[in-house]
Design a binder for this molecule. Sequence first.
Ligand code: AVI
Length: 320
Amino acid sequence: LPGAQLPASPAALHLQPLARWREITGALLAPQASISPKYFYDQRGSELFEAITRLPEYYLTRTERALMRRHGGAIAEAVGTGRVVIEPGAGSCVKAQALCRRLRATHFVGVDISADYLRGAIERLRMALPGVDARAVAGDITAGLQLPPDIPRQRRLVFYPGSSIGNFDPLQALALLVQMRALALEGGALLIGIDLPKDRAMLEAAYDDAAGVTAAFNRNVLVHLNRLIGSDFDPRQWQHLALFNQAASRIEMHLQARAAQRVRWTGGGRDFAAGERIHTENSYKHPLPAFTALLRQAGFASVQSWTDARGWYAVVHARA
Ligand code: AVI
């Protein structure tokens, strides 16, 4: 697959400061400078992302929510009730709560790197659904997650909403789907949300909103890096760009230098020419047939999907 790369380290999200410094500065010094999108999500970045999900241009979250409501009955029938729902990257657990209620889930396992934030979310889910055995697990599925041994091995459903799979290159996405299948175990399943390809103007607006929230989200990664590697990026010197790459079927986000500048960090630095770009994110828009093929490649069978009337978004169910 062209351009696809496996993560440099499977434990990339748990890097110690020196290894993280190496990873970040290595990517900044490459001929095409880049920053991994995982660095978007510091406290401010997570708040900005929440704001993005409410923007008029960002149709993804509300389209998925409407789809889950509209086809909730059919989805529950396909998935089956009494499930052990496992959500990698669970965050606020809001979507999982609705799903657990609908499926009359017996257990919920929220997995997130930020365990503190997750624990609060799990507490709220427990209060709302006292019949569900809800647990917080600190971990990262891209790093080969192990669940506690007392989580039932039968009737598992891995839930991965929000089109988060789109932020991985196809080969990484395949590796992640393989991990999810391993987590679901025999007899388990996956329920996943994917954003579909659509009109360029609509996609570019969703990633470059009129209020400038996505621009602030993109630039905030520089502020986060300043803390992580001691750099002196001036976010005002960087322009937000969101471009649809039709050939790769992905939105690309970049930060473009407004003027020539030198950026320093602890132990190094780099000169950027005016107009030079730092690539910060890809958001793939997989056509449904291609995504179904990817699921099959990962070993899933009997794929079923629900799409909104406009064909913008899909929720896909696949048996492990
Ligand atoms: C988290 N992820 C699915 C979002 C997306 O649409 O790719 C991240 C995002 N980047 C800019 N806006 C939203």
